[in-house]
Design a protein around this ligand. Structure first.
Ligand code: NIG
Ligand code: FE
Length: 395
């Protein structure tokens, strides 16, 4: 199966080898007046239209008609196995109340009471929505079950829809362990992690009202022992040891990083830990946004993700997150798009997605705009017109 996309006004490849950069500093590997050839679900060639291979009889030609084409978004942080919503909690927050991790327990109760089919139907509808907005790779976490059976059930559901499966049994201490938080950590370490064969990642919410640095290290170590790769929710609600700990334990990514000192940034830059910023969370909890310029100056690799969950960030729109990242977190448009694609891929340890160099999985979006910059310039406008994943159009 061959598809040739022609008539691309601006092709973002994220390929450093592309010699046609408009701005060599922006890392997007932009090609103006471009074409893209896809064979058997992979990119086989990207370059200027004038150099495009001539389509043979078996090639489907897609005319982009002067649109921009970007790599599919890699949304590396999602909590999609849940039931119910927390509309009233959001309304109260927007009327002046503060966010606390305590609301997670409301969703835990609803999730435990739901059937597997109900949870899966909700996840599928959120994944479909994300895909139509250009997301072609999604990481999804557990974390609203918090019993062995409920966490394993969540892993089963997630594994049917993505390879990026994360065990977040250490989201908060469930009510039945309120008097014995270390007892819950024992359960996670001794019973849940060893049974989490479907997970790729181990994650912990290391923050006020969740898990201490000591508990976090114990859980990450147990995860590693079981062959899981480490990532962390770090320093969302207050400054703490989360980022330093992520650096020390070799986490692929430290997520949120809302509160970060210069020492924290130096540490994660040195360890190669990606900082995954989550604009939806600050937006929806009325928190102060982290400043991307500090991360860039410190040499930290950045990713952007939605953190889609019913409490702190109920959006699965990467275009929305891009617009907020540019407006309120001081990403440049080029840095934001790179973080939402190549940055997310790095945060997930993936080399096959997040870019459109030859060999990449053919995950891309056609925008109803001549430039990717319009994703931020025209916030809230549905500019993602067609989405391809593995060369197949997503409907
Ligand atoms: O990433 N920070 C912890 N977990 C989620 C919030 C989940 C919730 O409020 O239900 C987050 O923001
Ligand atoms: Fe989260």
């Amino acid at each position: 199966m061959k598809t040739l996309v022609t008539g691309i006004a601006e092709l973002v490849t994220n390929d450093p080898a592309q010699a046609h950069h408009r701005d060599p500093g922006d890392r997007l590997g932009l090609i103006a007046e471009a074409a893209l050839l896809v064979e058997d679900g992979r990119v086989s060639w990207a370059g200027p239209s004038a150099e495009a291979p001539a389509p043979d009889a078996g090639t489907t030609v897609v005319d982009a008609g002067g649109r921009a084409v970007i790599p599919g978004f890699v949304d590396s942080h999602n909590h999609l196995v849940f039931a119910g919503d927390r509309t009233q909690e959001f309304a109260a927050r927007m009327s002046g109340q503060a966010y606390s991790a305590g609301g997670i327990r409301t969703t835990v109760n609803a999730t435990r009471a739901a059937t597997e089919a109900e949870l899966e139907a909700n996840l599928v509808s959120l994944v479909d929505q994300a895909r139509r907005q250009g997301t072609t790779t999604l990481e999804i976490k557990t974390g609203y079950g918090l019993t062995k059976d409920d966490e394993l059930r969540a892993l089963d559901i997630i594994a049917r829809h993505t390879d990026e499966v994360t065990l977040l049994a250490a989201h908060v201490v469930p009510p039945e362990y309120a008097e014995d938080p270390d007892g819950y950590v024992d359960l996670v370490v001794e019973e849940i992690i060893p049974a989490a064969a479907k997970a790729k990642w181990i994650d912990v919410f290391c923050d006020r009202g969740a898990f201490t640095p000591e508990q976090t290290e114990r859980i990450l170590a147990a995860g590693r022992e079981a062959g899981l790769l480490p990532r962390l929710h770090a320093n969302q609600l207050q400054h703490g040891e989360g980022l330093a700990l992520a650096a020390r334990t070799g986490c692929f990514s430290a997520d949120h990083a809302t509160h970060a000192t210069d020492e924290d940034l130096a540490a994660i830059a040195a360890s190669g830990t990606v900082a995954t910023l989550l604009p939806g969370a600050e937006f929806s909890t009325r928190a102060v946004y982290p400043d991307a310029r500090r991360f860039v100056a410190a040499g930290v690799e950045l990713a952007l993700a939605t953190d889609c969950n019913p409490g702190s960030s109920f959006t699965n729109s990467m275009p929305f997150c891009l617009a907020v990242a540019v407006r309120d977190m001081h990403f440049t448009p080029a840095q934001a798009l790179h973080a939402a694609t190549a940055g997310g891929a790095k945060a997930l340890g993936r080399t096959d997605v997040g870019h459109l160099a030859a060999g990449a999985r053919a995950d891309f979006a056609l925008l109803d705009a001549p430039s990717y910059v319009q994703l931020m310039y025209r916030p809230g406008v549905p500019l993602v017109e067609r989405v391809f994943r593995g060369g197949e159009e997503v409907r």
